[in-house]
Structures are given as C-alpha cells and as structure tokens.
Design a protein around this ligand. Structure first.
Ligand SMILES: Nc1ncnc2c1ncn2[C@@H]1O[C@H](COP(=O)(O)OP(=O)(O)OP(=O)(O)O)[C@@H](O)[C@H]1O
Ligand SMILES: O=P(O)(O)OC[C@H]1O[C@H](OP(=O)(O)OP(=O)(O)O)[C@H](O)[C@@H]1O
Ligand SMILES: [Mg+2]
Length: 284
C-alpha cells in the first residue's frame, strides 16, 4: 500500500487535497482526521505539517508527499522532486527597507531573518557572501526589520503586497522559484515504490486536463498543413475526412490560455466551425 503525505495546513493544503480528489482518491471531510486509508486505490494518506513532509519522505516513513520546493530544499532531506504540481507558485527573495541594498553582496556582514535558514545559508555560501548571522523565525518575517532583529529578510513573495505593507522592497535576483511538488525518496536503491507510477499518471492527467482544452475545427483540405502548424497538438492532431471531400475535420489539444489567439489564427487561415471543449479527465 502506497503511503502518501498531504499538507494538513497552510496554502498548500486545500489545492493538494483538491488535486488528489480530482485524481480519484478519497479525501478527508474533517480536518481532524490525521490518517485516511483509501483501500479501493491501495493508498493511505497521512496529513502532516508541510514543513515535515520532506523529512518523512526522505526517511522512508512514507513513500511520497506533496510539499513546496522551498520547503524540500530547506529540509536538507534526501527526498527528491518527482513532479512539479503548478500551484502555490512563489519566489523566494531578499528584501529590506527601500534604498538599503541592491545586490546579494549587500547582505555581507548583515543579519538576515528568515523561515528558511538552510536555503538562505546555502545560497549565500554559493554567492561567497558571509552574513553577520541568520535568524530563524516561524513567520511574519517582514516585521523582523522594524523590530530590530535583522537588517535584511529572505521570504516567500507572491503578489508582493505583504512586503509593500511592511514598507520593504525586494533586491537581488530571486533565490528560488518555488511551487508545490510531489516528492519521493531519494535512495533509488530501495526502488521506486509500487503504486507511485499510477499516482503520477493520475496527477499528470489532472494537470493536463486543467491546462489543455480540446479544439475541433473544419478546414479546407489544402489548408490542413497550415492549420496544423498553428495547432501541433500534444502529440499529433487527428485529421478526418468530411462528407464534403474538399474539407477535413481536425481534433487537437491546445493550451487553455492560448485558446482565443489560436481560434483567431485558425479563422484567418480559413478554418470554420471552431469548437472548444473542456477535458474532464485524461491519461497522457
Ligand atoms: N502567499 C503565498 N503564495 C504562494 N505560495 C505560498 C504563499 N505563502 C506560502 N506559500 C508556499 O506555501 C508553502 C509553505 O507552506 P506553509 O504551510 O509552511 O506556510 P503558509 O502557507 O504560509 O502557512 P502558515 O504560515 O499559515 O502556516 C511554501 O512552499 C511556500 O512557498
Ligand atoms: O507576496 P504576498 O502575496 O503578500 O504573499 C507572501 C506572504 O504570504 C505568506 O505569508 P502568510 O500569510 O502565510 O503568513 P506567515 O508569514 O505567517 O507565513 C508568506 O510568508 C509571505 O509573507
Ligand atoms: Mg505562511
């Protein structure tokens, strides 16, 4: 039975549960449930703190788990990234009071507050920068400068509104681009756990169904090549003859966010009856 760790709190929790539910797994109804068997799918879910998940997976206590790339790297665990999941996207950045710093070199000799001390220390080491110290805080890191605990912070930035509200500005290149990831044990000696392939394919199916739509259109036979160049598809488009021999019907997957641009381009080429349908589920 595959043992999977799922974040029980914070910004990863709800989208992780939603993803697993869409992938056909049983999910908990009550946030007090800590362990949830799903015998039909031969898996067992463990609801754990997001920060602990890489540690459990790395030690082999559970086979796989959902966490953030930043949390994985900060854990120092031997767990490895198996599949990026596309939600909880953020950057991890240095920030300080306006005008106080412009590059990572400006961190030299200064105190840095962060919830990700391992990640920050490793980055500064790589850049050859020695801070006066790295102060580990649990959260609300943005307040550390005003309270005189640090000169610089390194924190998760999504929209930047938390930083702005604290009167801080980012500086230097992003330390990391993070998103939710599926992690698995790093030591391949133990072999890829049974069932991980099925979980992976199911999750990939959900991600693809979210990212792509199905497009159908009719196009004159002599324009099929031009139309297919605009819609190369996931693998290759299906082209079928129409009853009117001068025309063909094309069915193809296209990225959802490009739907309108592609419909305009196809119309200009001469395609007509362009229809777009959501994909409910898929295996790719
Ligand atoms: N505002 C945000 N936007 C996108 N991702 C975020 C945001 N805040 C945190 N994350 C991501 O969520 C993960 C951290 O989850 P965690 O539960 O520890 O913190 P949290 O979501 O801030 O919850 P809390 O601070 O309430 O415990 C990290 O991968 C981080 O990059
Ligand atoms: O760039 P933004 O869109 O403002 O998002 C980033 C903020 O969101 C998270 O904080 P959270 O609300 O989880 O509080 P915390 O500091 O207690 O973790 C993160 O730690 C940042 O502070
Ligand atoms: Mg937080």
């Amino acid at each position: 039975m595959l043992r999977i760790a799922v974040p029980n709190k914070g910004s990863l929790s709800e989208p992780a549960v939603e993803l697993l539910r869409e992938a056909g797994y049983r999910q908990r109804r009550d946030s007090r449930e800590l362990v949830l068997p799903d015998p039909d799918n031969d898996v067992e879910f463990f609801f754990l703190r997001p920060r602990d998940i890489a540690v459990y997976v790395g030690s082999g206590t559970v086979d796989a788990g959902i966490t953030g790339r930043d949390l994985l790297l900060d854990s120092g665990s031997p767990a490895v990234e198996h599949l990026p999941l596309g939600f909880a996207r953020s950057t991890f950045r240095f920030a300080t009071t306006a005008g106080q710093a412009t590059s990572v070199q400006d961190v030299e000799g200064r105190r840095v507050a962060t919830s990700y001390p391992v990640l920050v220390a490793a980055h500064l080491r790589e850049q050859g920068v020695t801070p006066a110290g790295v102060v580990r805080l649990d959260g609300a890191v943005e307040t550390a400068i005003r309270l005189g605990v640090a000169d610089v912070i390194a924190d998760v930035v999504e929209t930047g509104s938390t930083l702005r509200a604290a009167g801080l500005e980012v500086f230097a290149d992003p330390i990391l681009r993070s998103e939710a990831v599926l992690v698995r044990r790093g030591d391949e000696g133990a072999g890829v756990p049974a069932g991980l392939d099925v979980l992976t394919r199911r999750i990939q199916g959900v991600l693809t169904a979210r990212e792509y739509v199905l497009m159908d259109y009719d196009v004159p036979q002599d324009l099929v090549d031009a139309a297919v160049a605009v819609t190369p598809g996931f693998e290759s488009p299906t082209v079928s003859p129409l009853h009117d021999g001068g025309w063909a019907a094309v069915r193809v997957m296209v990225p959802r966010r490009e739907t309108n641009r592609i419909m305009d381009a196809l119309y200009d080429i001469g395609a007509r009856a362009i229809l777009v349908t959501s994909i409910h589920a898929c295996r790719v």
